[in-house]
Write a protein that binds this ligand. Structure first.
Ligand SMILES: Nc1ncnc2c1ncn2[C@@H]1O[C@H](COP(=O)(O)OP(=O)(O)OP(=O)(O)O)[C@@H](O)[C@H]1O
Length: 683
């Protein structure tokens, strides 16, 4: 390996300049396209114009994201049969494809098959690569390169300094893409086929979120048309997290991926109350799916009267027993409640038509439609299979003890039923005291009535925190597509957090998904992860601690102070951290946040809320422990660990919350406490 700054660098800079010029020309071409002559009608023209505008948008030259970050020199032309004399080819690898005026590639998209060896080739398997070159940039300027001759046995494998520099880079601002340094084990997940669902268990900072986002970008490249039709979605735990990650995909040229929380997906009713932990757990229990199925079907009733249809001078009669048969058949079929309701009048009409034919008439489809729409048939169908409003059904379930008892018979104990009933019955869908867990029930009920449309691919981040009913809600949004499920059992902080990925995947409707594990940590320094891992035996005994790829051991300090000095000491630690480069996160139990906010205000220290972008001027964020998940800061000051633990309904959840808070630091962690540390940490 060599880091060189002489002449070859000039050649590479020249290629960069030429590539940027080529990109500008591509954009100018797109801008000057005149579609008036080629599109026959205005609908086509509109669609075409939109596509062109998207292309122009995607071709923007972003000053701070280098156009290419790597180069591959193949030993032979890819695809050529490697005959002697076949010439090797050189490819520059970047965030998007750039070609010159003749259409020859100047930069290859990182997602293209020829780019793959950039991420995967090794000395063991050089993948026909003679040389792999990585480029280093400083403020948009190409300043260094690093070569590996993978087939040269004499060259020592010393690891990449540029990779190391990228990992150690001080953090400011939102999450960035890792496209220049995706690691082989990450690349395998990024490029896994679209057909299957992949679940990734990974310790804090192993790149789960990064991998999930790059996977979406990869799938959009490899299956652009299909996914443009069906759509893609990234699901994250909360708004601040979504703000933190929202610029990664646009930087990769993907501007149209939806991002949402689970609550957003099921926002059919206004959430205005909170459940007890026990009620929320019960409402998230998978038994509720069957309770709801019964509730939705509760109104179905066996006919006792025949249907009589009058046409002209004749009366046609379908007896009750035959109606009952039709009903039985519909009940047994695995179709949505609403679809069955739509089908029922047609079925009854069919029975009428059979009678007409038997009597020598020759009715056609129009007659069948007319019969199906006739008043007696519609009335009978409505009585047998009444229309259902999903939200009203759930409202009744949570308001009427007898209705709940009927639907939950043999599923929920009396005690459990009491627990989930609202203290006061809801009056109407608009004003009822819906909780977040109730909204998920409404979503399930809606899907029982009408099938929820499925997307092509869904990425589910921080998946460990979902309840079985929430997994089902996400799962029905990818029934015909696939999913990437990312999480860490040790970071599960909801009372219903999953204990097993197999189980979670079953609820999601993807029981055959493959489960991969990532163990190399890119965020948390060695000493800090070792400290946090003291909690693992108590919170997730089956998981191995992550290893850290960071060279610096990290800066870990634990300070005990007198109770009355706690806030001042935390403030001092915050100030101390601000003297270093990069972002600072002051993490505290939610209940401690107002006190710390007041202290920061009084001291004139400017601070942000999670999700607000850190800048060179505003680098300190005050983070309630409940929002720390998924975020990272260069330096973390952790206020009173025992308060973080005590903020949760049970000790295990508390320790998991603490584990999340302890694993947000990139460079250093200062723990400040007045109360004794939790014994697992003090050990
Ligand atoms: N291959 C890589 N090259 C450079 N940086 C990386 C790489 N993989 C991950 N990182 C960085 O490591 C940090 C942690 O990544 P990420 O947030 O994706 O981890 P995570 O597994 O989702 O963590 P958590 O469990 O805490 O949510 C991020 O700053 C990310 O950019």
């Amino acid at each position: 390996m060599s880091i060189d700054t002489t002449e070859p660098l000039d050649r590479e800079r020249a290629h960069l300049t030429a590539s940027r010029a080529a990109l500008r020309a591509m954009r100018a071409d797109a801008e000057s396209l005149d579609i008036r002559d080629v599109s026959a009608n205005w609908v086509n023209a509109e669609v075409l114009q939109q596509q062109i505008e998207r292309r122009i948008e995607a071709l923007a030259d972003l000053a701070h994201t280098p156009l290419f970050f790597g180069r591959l020199d193949y030993l032979h032309a890819p695809g050529a049969d490697r005959a002697e004399g076949a010439e090797g080819e050189r490819f520059y690898i970047g965030r998007r494809h750039v070609h010159d005026a003749d259409g020859d590639p100047m930069v290859i998209d990182w997602r293209a098959p020829v780019s793959q060896p950039f991420y995967r080739a090794s000395r063991k398997d050089p993948m026909d690569i003679g040389m792999r070159r990585r480029f280093g940039y400083t403020g948009g300027r190409l300043t260094a390169y690093e070569d590996e001759h993978l087939s040269d046995p004499a060259e020592a494998d010393t690891g990449s300094k540029l990779l190391q520099a990228e990992i150690e880079r001080p953090r400011v601002g939102p999450m960035r893409d890792i496209v220049a340094t995706i690691q082989p084990e990450q690349d395998e997940i990024v490029r896994a086929g679209i057909g299957g669902t992949v679940c990734v268990q990974g310790a804090p900072g192993t790149g789960k979120t990064a991998v999930g986002l790059h996977r979406v970008a990869y799938l959009l490249y490899a299956h652009r048309e299909r996914l443009a039709r069906t759509g893609t979605l990234v699901v994250g735990p909360n708004r601040s997290f979504l703000h933190y990650i929202e610029q990664v995909l646009p930087a990769l040229g993907e501007l149209h991926v939806k991002q949402a929380t689970v609550d957003d997906l099921v926002a059919h009713v206004e959430v205005r109350s909170t459940d007890t932990a026990r009620a929320a757990r019960l409402k998230g229990d998978v038994r509720m799916a069957e309770v709801l199925r019964r509730a939705v079907r509760d109104g179905i009733s066996t006919p006792t009267e025949p249907v009589v249809v009058v046409r002209g001078s004749r009366r046609w009669r379908v007896p009750a027993y035959e109606l009952e048969e039709i009903l039985g058949e519909l009940r047994a079929r695995d179709i949505r409640y609403g679809a069955a309701a739509d089908a029922l009048p047609q079925r009854i009409a069919h029975a009428v038509l059979t009678r007409m034919e038997a009597a020598g008439e020759a009715p056609d489809d129009r007659v069948q439609d007319a019969v199906a729409r006739s008043q007696p048939v519609r009335a009978a169908a409505k009585a047998m299979w009444p229309p259902v409003d999903a939200a009203r059904t759930v409202l009744r379930l949570l308001s009427e003890p007898e209705f709940l008892a009927r639907c939950a018979d043999g599923l929920l104990s009396e005690d459990e039923q009491k627990e989930i009933l609202w203290p006061k019955p809801g009056r109407g869908v608009k004003s009822a005291p819906w909780s977040a867990a109730d909204a998920v029930l409404v979503d399930e009920a809606m899907d029982l009535v009408r099938r929820t449309p499925s997307l092509g691919h869904v990425v589910l981040d921080e998946a460990q925190d979902l309840s079985p009913m929430q997994y089902r809600a996400v799962g029905r949004r990818c029934t015909t597509g696939s999913a990437t499920v990312l999480g860490d059992i040790a970071q599960g902080t909801t009372p219903w957090a999953t204990a097993s990925w197999r189980e979670a995947l079953t609820h999601l409707g993807k029981p055959d998904a493959t489960v991969e594990e990532l163990t190399r940590g890119f965020r948390v320094p060695r000493e800090v992860i070792a400290y946090a891992s003291r909690l693992l035996p108590a919170i997730a005994p089956d998981l191995a601690p992550a290893t850290s790829v960071r060279e610096s051991p990290g800066d870990l300090r634990v300070r005990r102070v007198a109770a009355e000095e706690l806030t001042a000491a935390v403030l001092a630690a915050g100030r101390e951290s601000l003297e270093r480069e990069g972002s600072v996160g002051l993490i505290a139990a939610d209940a401690r946040v107002p006190v710390l906010a007041a202290a920061l205000d009084a001291a004139g220290v400017r601070y942000l809320s999670p999700g607000e972008e850190t800048t060179e001027q505003a680098r300190l964020t005050l983070v309630p422990a409940s929002l720390a998940k998924g975020l990272e800061y260069d330096y973390v000051v952790l206020d009173e660990p025992s308060a973080v633990v005590d903020g949760e309904p049970d000790a295990r959840t508390g320790l998991r919350r603490l584990y999340v808070a302890l694993t947000r630091a990139v460079s250093g962690l200062i723990v400040v406490h007045a109360a004794p540390l939790p014994e697992q940490l003090a050990a």
